[in-house]
Ligand binder design. Sequence first.
Ligand code: NDP
Length: 330
Amino acid sequence: MSETFRAILVSRDEQKKQSVDVVVMAPDDLMDGDVDVAVEATTVNYKDGLAITGKAPVVRRWPLIPGIDLAGTVIRSTHADWKTGDKVVLNGWGVGETHYGAYAGRARLNGDWLVPLPERFSPKDAMAIGTAGYTAMLCVLALEKAGIGPDRGPVIVTGASGGVGSVATAILSKLGWHVIASTGRPDEAGWLTDLGAAEIIDRAELSEPGKPLAKERWAAGVDAVGSHTLANVLAATSYGGAVACCGLAQGMDLPASVAPFILRGVSLFGIDSVMAPKPRRLEAWRRLAQDLEPEKLRSIATEITFDGILDAARDIVDGKIRGRVVVDMT
Ligand code: NDP
């Protein structure tokens, strides 16, 4: 049987002009690692869209196979924790940024980066979650660690029809929160309500410069958007509340004041999924298996194949993707 496989490769010429090609590779072409995984499913995150379109400097090694998430089966291992046949998940650790990533039939990885695929999930389920969903769970865990629960009042989720936002909406509603979903897509209101949103607000309410302090509207927030949106979310967070911030879909800036922090004791938690230590990853995946209902997961995901990755990458950067994209690589 031929061991060659297709891969997406992003390259840069001497003028630093980026190009993207579908190439055929062999195992010897891969970078170093002690575990080889047959990639059965992957996904397209916002960051993957940025890597493929070159709209932000995600790629930091040229050429590179992008793709920050994968799920599949171990086919070679010299790592003590993994043996042939194990089902695994990979999120982040610089894969798809500095190390060859998921958009290939085979990935060679450091075994320390892998977590076991939870029994409840197929590889495609795990990719319906992907980094976006696992980050949503890291946000939920941060709020819980601060002792803030649904008894304190509503939670706002920004970028609600995106990957992080849709999974956060589903999880938080399952946990009993009154979820206020902020979206720029009013036509998705029905879908967001089915996911568990109790209220929908127009993201325009939050995306323009606002006051340092506003009427208290929610006890907690999960923010995937940044910029004025995050500033306004903080300004309307009630006394002693907290916001978990993970994204920059509106912008990387944070034009806020210290007023919510020093007058209302509001906390802001920064969430990074890429280098999150393994125990936190295992906890997040354990909780995803517990708190994310399979039918919600199915309604969040749209399935494509390898050939659809490049279009999906462009669409996610243009804000045209609803929920999560799953790539069937089998
Ligand atoms: P998506 O593109 O799926 O979702 C982002 C959502 O943000 C969109 O669906 C849209 O929601 C909203 N949005 C887009 N543009 C704007 C804008 N100009 N102003 C306000 N809202 C906007 O991306 P993901 O959910 O995968 O990722 C969300 C963010 O989180 C990204 O910035 C990503 O880089 C970051 N991220 C960070 C991680 C970390 O480790 N910290 C991990 C994963 C993601 P709607 O249409 O509903 O308004």
